[in-house]
Unconditional design. Structure first.
Length: 331
C-alpha cells in the first residue's frame, strides 16, 4: 500500500517530495534466480548489477510497447534486456568495453529467447552524451533507467581459501576515467549531473527518469547518495515526481526475508562490534524524476499502475515504507 500518512520516507525530505511513496516487491526471488537462463553466465562478473525485476517494473510502469528506453550506464545491459523483452526498444551507453561486450551478448541472448524489441549498446563516456549519440535521438526517449556507481561500495564475489576469504570480480574496471573512481561524493555527483543533463536532451517532453540509489556509511558517517541524486536531477532540469522503494528482501507472510551478501553481513557485524547500530540493507531508493511537458507543468505519477510482470513479479504496493541502511564501503 501507499504511505498516505504524509510522513517522510527513508532518507526523504517531505518538502521535496509532494507525492506518496510506493513499495516494489522486486526480490521475491534472488538475483541469480531472476537472471538464470535470461542472461549469459558472464553477467555475474559485474560487481553492481541491478536486479532485473527493478528494471522490468520501471519499464512496464512508465512506458508503452514501442517506446524507447535509455540507460546511460548500462553495465551488462539489464535495462536493455528487460525493455526488449517487454516489446520496447532500448539503447545503452557503457564506459567499459568488458561490460559492453557482455551487454551485446545479453541482447543477442534475449532475441534468441523471444525478445521483440530492438536493443543496442554504444561504448563511450556518458558525461558527453550529446557528442556521443546521434542527434536524431534527441527528444525521442520515453524513459531513462539507471543507477550511479557507489564508488568503492561494490560487492563482487568471494572465494574461500587456505589464506582466508579472497574477493574477486569486485571492480568496475581499471580506467580511472570511470565515474566510479571519482575521489569524492561531490565529484561523483558532478559527473552524474552531466549525465542527467545529457538525458534531459534525449527525453521527450513528459519523459521520466528512474534512478536507483542507496546510502552508505564512510568511517561511520552516513553518505546520503539518494539526496545527492535528487540534487543532481534538479540541477539538470528535472522535477521530482515520486520516491519509491525497491525491495532487496523477499516478502513472506508479511515479513521481510533479507538476502544479504557476504560483504553486507561482514560490514554489519564489524559495525555492531564497534558499537554502531547498523542493520542489513532492505531496499534501494527509487527516485522518479520528470521532464516537464512545458514550463510549470507536472506529470501524473504512474508508480501505482505498474504491472506485476517480469522476473520476480514485482508489485507496486506490498506494504508500508521499509527503512534500511547500506553497509560500510569496502576498502
Amino acid at each position: 500500500m501507499n504511505n498516505t500518512t504524509g510522513t517522510a520516507g527513508p532518507n526523504e525530505t517531505t518538502a521535496a517530495w509532494p507525492l506518496d511513496l510506493s513499495v516494489w516487491a522486486t526480490a521475491q526471488s534472488t538475483g541469480p534466480v531472476q537472471r538464470r537462463g535470461r542472461y549469459v553466465p558472464q553477467s555475474v562478473k559485474h560487481p553492481a548489477r541491478m536486479l532485473p525485476a527493478i528494471a522490468a517494473h520501471a519499464v512496464r510502469s512508465y512506458t508503452q510497447p514501442g517506446d524507447l528506453v535509455f540507460d546511460p550506464m548500462c553495465g551488462i545491459g539489464t535495462t536493455i534486456v528487460e525493455a526488449i523483452h517487454a516489446g520496447r526498444d532500448a539503447v545503452g551507453v557503457e564506459y567499459e568495453s568488458r561490460w559492453s561486450d557482455i551487454a551485446d551478448l545479453n541482447i543477442a541472448h534475449a532475441h534468441r529467447h523471444g525478445a521483440t524489441g530492438r536493443g543496442s549498446v554504444i561504448r563511450g563516456d556518458a558525461t558527453r552524451l550529446t557528442a556521443l549519440l546521434p542527434a536524431a535521438l534527441q527528444g525521442q526517449v520515453s524513459l531513462v533507467v539507471t543507477s550511479p556507481p557507489y564508488g568503492p561500495t561494490v560487492h563482487g564475489l568471494v572465494r574461500p581459501g587456505t589464506g582466508g576469504v579472497a574477493k574477486f570480480d569486485n571492480r568496475y574496471g581499471e580506467d580511472k576515467g570511470n565515474l566510479a573512481y571519482r575521489s569524492s561524493l561531490a565529484g561523483l555527483v558532478d559527473g552524474f549531473t552531466e549525465i542527467l543533463r545529457g538525458c534531459h536532451a534525449l527525453l521527450r517532453p513528459g519523459g521520466v527518469v528512474v534512478v536507483t540509489a542507496r546510502p552508505w556509511r564512510k568511517r561511520g558517517e552516513l553518505v546520503d547518495l539518494p539526496s545527492a541524486v535528487l540534487a543532481a536531477g534538479t540541477a539538470a532540469g528535472f522535477v521530482p515526481l515520486e520516491r519509491c522503494v525497491a525491495l532487496l528482501a523477499a516478502v513472506r507472510g508479511g515479513q521481510l526475508v533479507a538476502r544479504p551478501s557476504f560483504f553486507q553481513l561482514q560490514q554489519v557485524r564489524k559495525a555492531r562490534s564497534s558499537g554502531v547500530p547498523m542493520h542489513l540493507i532492505a531496499h534501494e531508493d527509487v527516485l522518479v524524476l520528470g521532464k516537464p511537458q512545458r514550463s510549470g507543468s507536472s506529470r501524473e505519477p504512474k508508480c501505482s499502475h505498474g504491472e506485476p510482470e517480469g522476473p520476480g513479479a514485482p508489485s507496486s504496493h506490498v506494504g508500508p515504507c521499509v527503512p534500511g541502511e547500506a553497509e560500510e564501503p569496502l576498502p
